[in-house]
Design a protein around this ligand. Structure first.
Ligand code: APR
Length: 278
């Protein structure tokens, strides 16, 4: 399956509150008792994250009006194979800018809470659309699988041979060249129109099918095939929990919708579910 935005992006209102006041809402996030009970009983939980979970680390999302990357840049000029072939320097430099931004960012309380959650549940799978590596830096992926659906911006691969490259020579005329074949190097991320790594997608689908609770966190739920994972879980009888500042096409299907910042909701969920050692 290829990486496609589907349906067309909806207009989303800009966030009305700055990140600081989102964090203060931490104190009033009430987790539904039925969800707490379900988490105590659950043997298998899957979580899908999107750009919203990293927003509180200062990394721009894609589709939020005004602040989202796709409100300032055109994906077809920066995130497709055709864009790279047409202007490889522009594409390389745009990703180099984002890589730099990401390397200066730090995991936020939402990432940290998910890293803690994987130690609390018998079977836990974290599936992310993010390429920023902040889940790993928060400690996720040690006690449970962490699946990167769209690659990782810190990795680089050869455009020609599709193989990951560890070292390369920087150049005044980017993109740098592959040390093996001399072809262009590109970020190891999934661009629009490209297939997802099939093992990653298969593992994510298996986790969605097997889980009793599926969380969709900080994603607009518009980009396929990731957008179908919560629906797959739902069809198999899972409880669906959505955490997002705004409603999405998934919201009407959610068993629980927590309309708040991930960095507030997830620590509250952790505290309210496991504070009594449950
Ligand atoms: N907490 C929770 N949700 C948030 C927060 C926050 N602090 N901040 C923003 N959001 C929500 C927004 O309301 C929005 O629904 O996060 C979502 C971000 O959506 P997108 O920008 O569309 O990001 P995502 O769903 O991850 O995009 C999917 O699109 O361009 C591609 O490959 C790129 O992986 C990306 C994919």
């Amino acid at each position: 399956m290829t990486h496609t935005p589907e349906p067309a992006p909806q207009p989303i209102q800009p966030d009305s509150a700055p990140p600081d006041s989102d964090t203060r809402r931490d104190f009033i996030v009430e987790i539904p008792p039925a969800l707490i009970e379900a988490l105590h009983r659950a043997r298998s939980v899957a979580v899908l994250t999107g750009a919203g979970i990293s927003a509180e680390s200062g990394i721009p999302t894609f589709r939020d009006a005004q602040t989202g990357l796709w409100s300032r840049y055109r994906p077809e000029e920066l995130a497709t194979p055709a864009a790279f072939e047409q202007n490889p320097r522009l594409v390389w430099e745009w990703y180099a800018w984002r890589r730099e931004l990401i390397s200066r960012a730090r995991p936020n309380p939402g990432h940290l809470a998910l890293a803690e959650m994987e130690t609390r549940l018998p079977h836990f799978t974290l599936i992310t659309q993010n390429v920023d590596g902040l889940h790993q830096r928060a400690g996720s992926g040690k006690a449970a699988p962490l699946i990167e659906l769209h690659g990782n911006i810190q990795r680089v691969k050869c455009y020609q041979e599709n193989r990951v490259v560890d070292r390369w020579q920087e150049t005044d005329d980017p993109p740098p060249r592959c040390p093996h074949c001399g072809g262009w190097l590109r970020p190891d991320v999934v661009w629009f129109g490209e297939p997802l790594p099939w093992e990653a997608l298969a593992a994510a689908q298996a986790a969605a099918r097997a889980c009793e609770i599926f969380f969709s966190i900080g994603t607009s739920a518009l980009v396929e095939p990731a957008a179908s994972l919560p629906l797959l879980a739902l069809r198999r009888g899972a409880r669906l929990v959505e955490i997002n500042l705004h409603e999405t096409p998934l919201t009407p299907h959610a068993t629980h919708f927590l309309p708040c910042a991930a960095g507030a909701a997830l620590p509250a969920l952790l505290r309210q579910t496991w504070s009594q050692g449950g």
